[in-house]
Write a protein that binds this ligand. Structure first.
Ligand SMILES: *Cc1c(COP(=O)(O)O)cnc(C)c1O
Length: 379
């Protein structure tokens, strides 16, 4: 696909890919782990040697995401955390890590700190604090997440990139909750975009995958690629095929989810049993103006809200739900709700009354009716 097509077009046509061997409009699933050399011992035209390095089905999924993010290069990993770990390990020097990111990312930060790596923290979206941290710790890598999971903090990507670059650091951003449909961080100055492709990119809760997209190739990128191959943090061909299939509908899914999320966020905000709603599309969100500038065409499907009371009230609400699934993860076509306090370690200070909601594409009236029944548990 040559002209600068819009994201919905790139996604629907899977970046124009075709099965060149048969003319099939859907790529084949490359199942081989090994590839034959010719009688002069030359590699086949694909250049492939062994599947741990790469293969055609994975490259096809990478090409779709690469075009959506406007990246120089994109690589898929066996999970989002494998991708994030590769970035943190490949970058040199101290890591400056935003507070309140996805808790797996925080746990990685703790683990590297325990191994002796310098990991410094700064509050989400506090650019002055980041400036101080950069001056003191001289990080080689700044890691942010926007909107963050499950706090829904929105961080100024362009402002953060400027500070990171002045300090000589790379900026990596976990853009899982935004998807390339709502934000293109590389255009705003980020160096590396990280995704849990398990979430909205695939969108059907049946693939575990991670992705990294870079603005330009660098020594750090070379180290990331060699870590992926050496340690085998690769995606299976079948999962790559499913991911490409999932991404074909990314734009329409994100639009439908945004629409439902907007309705539900406003409805929750007006509900007497709800004391707080965190969703960047609400004018009550502290970074609503920034989110409106930075996120294009919607504010995402992830939100969290606090119910009146504490953990037992939150769990009572969940126990009455008949439609919305009590399950972790986010970004799927089905609506999921979760009590993070029950599963996160104490160090994350997750509020006992907080429920995290990932809004799907169901009829919004059905979702509201279910939430209404659930919240009826609180007098
Ligand atoms: C789920 C998630 C991850 C981790 O991805 P996996 O694919 O589960 O390894 C990282 N960041 C965010 C924001 C997530 O929601």
């Amino acid at each position: 696909m040559k002209p600068p097509f819009r994201p919905a077009t790139i996604a629907a046509q899977a970046n124009g890919q075709i099965n060149t061997a048969t003319g099939g409009t859907v790529g084949p699933i490359e199942t081989s782990t090994t590839f034959e050399r010719d009688d002069a011992y030359r590699l086949p035209a694909s250049g492939d040697i062994y599947r741990r390095d790469n293969n055609a089905t994975v490259r096809e999924a990478e090409a779709v995401l690469n075009a959506l993010e406007g990246a120089a290069e994109t690589r898929l990993f066996g999970s989002g955390l494998a991708a994030i770990a590769a970035v943190m390990r490949a970058a040199q020097g101290p890591i400056a890590l935003q507070d309140g990111t996805y808790y797996g990312t925080q746990k990685l930060g703790e683990a590297y700190a325990a191994e002796g790596r310098t990991v410094v923290r700064f509050p989400a979206g506090d650019l002055d604090a980041l400036r101080r941290v950069c001056a003191e710790a001289k990080p080689g890598l700044v890691v942010i997440e926007t909107p963050s999971n499950p706090w829904l903090a929105v961080v100024d990507i362009a402002g953060t990139a400027e500070i990171a670059h002045e300090a000589g650091a790379l900026l990596a951003i976990d853009s899982t909750a935004a998807t390339p449909i709502l934000t293109r961080p590389l255009d705003l100055g980020a160096d590396i975009v990280m995704h849990s492709a398990t979430k909205a990119l695939n969108g059907h809760s049946d693939v575990l995958a991670g992705a990294l997209c870079v603005r330009e190739k660098s020594e750090t990128w070379e180290r990331i690629l060699s870590l992926r191959a050496m340690e085998g943090a690769v995606l299976s061909s079948f999962d790559a095929y499913l991911l490409t299939r999932g991404m074909r509908t990314l734009a329409v899914r994100v639009a439908a989810m945004n629409h439902n999320a907007a309705h539900i966020a406003h409805w929750l905000e007006a509900h007497p049993a709800v004391t707080a709603v965190r969703w960047p599309g609400l004018s009550s969100h502290p970074a609503h103006a920034l989110a409106s500038r930075q996120m294009q065409g919607g504010f995402g499907s992830l939100m969290s809200f606090d119910v009146k009371g504490g953990a037992s009230e939150a769990l009572a609400v969940l126990s009455r739900l008949k439609l919305i699934k009590r399950a972790t993860s986010l970004g799927g076509v089905e609506t999921l709700i979760e009590h993070r306090h029950s599963i996160e370690p104490a160090f994350t200070n997750m509020p006992p009354a907080l429920l995290r909601l990932s809004v799907g594409i169901e009829a919004v009236e059905d979702l509201v009716a279910d939430l209404s029944e659930g919240l009826g548990a609180i007098a």
